[in-house]
Design a protein around this ligand. Structure first.
Ligand SMILES: Cc1ncc(C[n+]2csc(CCOP(=O)(O)OP(=O)(O)O)c2C)c(N)n1
Ligand SMILES: [Mg+2]
Length: 322
């Protein structure tokens, strides 16, 4: 069972509130036509990212995918600069040139989101090989979806990480769908984590990816395994995205009943109940966190909206390494 201080637990709740409220705000901005490019929301999947990230050291490395807002926030990004990036502004974390699907903050170990499904697998293996070569204590966590496990890069990466015994966790956040395709029609085994056996690495399963404490407890075991040099892990957690695949998805492939049933398993409400029923925090304290996150998201939105667009003369900068 997790031994986390009140401060750590409330930090986890704060991050989950930030993910929820930040993406709800981005969804409003999309409707107003203020967000260039496509955006994928992390609403509903907050626990799966925050529980995992809370087990890492701050200098550990991550890669993520097109649905990367949750991971960027869980890793501790500046919300002002993240919102500015999503609105394509010069004050954004990537100077407004990456947008929603390419958020990266190298200074705190987020090697970047990726619009190419499966694009993070190879990057993670490379980053893990670097850590092994340099003899650092850092590990790499590669975040991706269920659909991404059908990409060739997934299989190549797991095999290479296995034969080289690399310090990397492959973490599949299984929300049941790759765009409109149900995972049940896309793979012929019952669980993604079982694919680990084909590569001789440890496989782990988090049945309730909406329970942030359970995610933390299981993920911690994976982290301990990898950091102690026992080789890579493939870990799968089950969750659900409340919104459409992207900002342009009418969602005809799933029923309202299914979506509503998952909303009943709200990861934030579940965590609030846990904190209150275990006497860790009062309802008032938790409501204050929610309110202060709201203020911060409003502040980030104003900062982004009032920021300038990148200069045209910068279009060809930051393309090649110096
Ligand atoms: C190589 C590649 N193929 C196809 C796409 C189009 N595409 C974008 S997201 C997506 C589904 C990904 O599903 P999953 O990995 O489960 O992530 P989720 O969106 O559910 O979080 C696809 C097929 C792409 N971006 N890159
Ligand atoms: Mg998916």
């Amino acid at each position: 069972m997790a031994k986390l201080s009140k401060e750590q637990l409330l930090d986890m709740l704060t991050k989950m509130e930030e993910i929820r409220q930040f993406d709800q705000k981005v969804a409003q901005l999309v409707k107003k036509g203020k967000v260039p490019g496509m955006t994928h929301f992390s609403v509903g999947e907050e626990a799966a990212s925050v529980g995992a990230m809370a087990t890492l050291n701050s200098d550990d490395l991550i890669t993520s995918n097109h649905r990367g807002h949750g991971q960027a926030i869980a890793k501790g990004i500046d919300l002002d600069k993240m919102m500015a990036e999503i609105l394509g502004k010069a004050t954004g974390v990537c100077k407004g040139k990456g947008g929603s699907m390419h958020i990266a903050t190298l200074e705190n170990g987020n090697l970047g989101a990726n619009g190419i499904v499966g694009g993070g697998h190879g990057l993670s293996v490379g980053a893990a090989l670097t850590q092994q070569y340099l003899g650092t204590d850092k590990i790499v966590v590669c975040f991706f979806g269920d659909g991404a496990t059908n990409e060739g890069s997934f299989h190549e990466a797991l095999n290479m990480a296995s034969i080289w015994n690399l310090p990397v966790i492959f973490y599949s956040i299984n929300n049941g769908y790759g765009i409109s395709s149900s995972i049940s029609k896309m793979i012929n085994i019952d669980h993604i984590y079982k694919r680990s056996s084909a590569y001789g690495i440890k496989g782990m399963f988090i049945e309730d990816g909406n329970d942030v404490i359970k995610v933390y407890d299981e993920f911690k075991k994976a982290v301990d395994h990898v950091r102690s040099g026992k080789g890579p892990v493939l870990i799968e957690s089950i969750t659900y995205r409340w919104y459409g695949h992207s900002s342009s998805d009418p969602g005809k492939y799933r029923t309202k009943e299914e979506v509503d049933a998952w909303k009943q398993k709200d990861p934030i409400l579940k965590f609030r109940d846990y904190l209150m029923s275990n006497g860790i925090a009062t309802e008032e304290e938790l409501d204050n966190i929610k309110a202060s996150v709201k203020e911060n998201v409003e502040k980030a939105t104003k900062f982004a909206e009032n920021s300038p667009e990148p200069e045209f003369s910068e279009a060809f900068e930051d393309i090649y390494a110096d």
